[in-house]
Design a protein around this ligand. Structure first.
Ligand SMILES: [Zn+2]
Length: 348
């Protein structure tokens, strides 16, 4: 366990340097220097060098050196870990978790990116500073893309018609790029509540050791449902979209399941629907464990755009409806439930 802590501290130092926060990274530098063993010493020295270079700050040369030093440290970190962790952990650290903190835009070369129509916005990756789990959780605050209702995107990547009526009707080949969402009984927009929940969830996931890819952090981000999904596919290990349903019965939380039949034979659904369902069930169990009201049916099946384009475990979780309590206390409980669900999903 001590070794893991040391690794986490070293990685935190690397992260700070990488993010250009070297000046505030002084504490981490001394913590990293305390790490035992020759490999750790080299890493600590490299981190120290990077910190000093950044402290000098000015000029492109020193920035380039800082980046180089940070890269060396990161490489050394990966090499050291390979001996002690499982292949899966190493793959995770070498994959989505290895990305640098900061803004991530939609890369047009990513699979399905060309199907997105609204994608000038940026998601932001945050990295946990301790107890790192090597997993990036995409937190998608549902809705909040102005103009998104007027634009249409393909419901399914293969151009086939929608099978189940939801926001968009069955039979539709194209769907709203992103809908505006519903309104609570007290007049609060769903988009405001999903955003407030996402911010609480982000803090709790980071504290738990998960990295977080935040799709939206203000009232508007210009990213449609396909852009959000493709960002999650490429920069996160799983995708959780936060929503409240449009009914007014305070029926409780449920997840959007994957419809049976031909939909489960269509790629990328065919290769991923089981992990979507597993994530949905884990989130419901986590919410239940923390005392969040759960709807007796537990799920509604729908071929959402999100599900249709997801290549990582992905779930639209409906956390209640327009009659549900959305006080901060309630949202805190919901966020605790979602963290518990993520832990269940990853067996942590
Ligand atoms: Zn919604």
């Amino acid at each position: 366990m001590k070794k893991r802590m040391e690794q986490a501290l070293r990685f935190a130092a690397v992260t700070m340097v990488t993010a250009g926060l070297a000046l505030s990274g002084c504490a981490s530098r001394s913590e990293a220097a305390e790490a035992k063993g020759p490999a750790a010493e080299i890493e600590a020295k490299q981190t120290a060098k990077a910190t000093e270079e950044a402290a000098k700050s000015a000029g492109e040369t020193s920035e380039a050196e800082t980046a180089e030093a940070a890269e060396k440290t990161a490489a050394s970190e990966t090499a050291g870990k390979a001996e002690q962790t499982t292949a899966a952990d190493t793959a995770a650290e070498g994959g989505k978790s290895a990305r640098k903190e900061g803004e991530i835009g939609l890369d047009p070369s990513w699979k399905y990116a060309a199907n997105s129509k609204i994608n000038s916005g940026k998601a932001v990756l945050y990295k946990a500073s301790a107890n790192r789990k090597g997993k990036v959780i995409c937190v998608n605050a549902g809705h909040g893309t102005s103009g998104g209702e007027k634009v249409k995107t393909l419901s399914h990547p293969d151009g086939s018609a929608k099978l189940v009526t939801g926001t968009n009707a069955a039979g539709a080949v194209s769907s709203k790029a992103i809908s505006a969402g519903t309104t609570f009984q007290d007049g609060t927009s769903e988009a405001k509540v999903t955003l407030a929940t996402a911010k609480i969830l982000k803090k709790k996931l980071l504290a738990e050791g998960y990295d977080v890819l935040m799709i939206r952090e203000s009232d508007d981000v210009q990213l449609d449902n396909i852009a959000r999904t493709v960002l999650a596919n490429n920069a996160a290990d799983c995708h959780i979209a936060l929503h409240w349903d449009s009914t007014a019965s305070d029926k409780g939380a449920f997840y959007m399941g994957v419809p049976e039949g031909n939909y489960r034979k269509m790629e990328p659904v065919a290769s991923h629907w089981q992990e979507h369902e597993k994530l949905g069930k884990a989130l419901i169990e986590g919410l239940r464990e923390k005392g969040v009201k759960i709807w007796s049916n537990e799920k509604i099946d729908n071929d959402l755009t999100q599900t249709s384009y997801s290549t990582v475990p992905s779930m639209d979780i409906e956390l209640g409806d327009t009659a549900s309590d959305h006080s901060e206390k309630s949202l805190e409980k919901i966020a605790d439930g979602l963290v518990a669900g993520v832990n269940k999903f990853y067996g942590k």
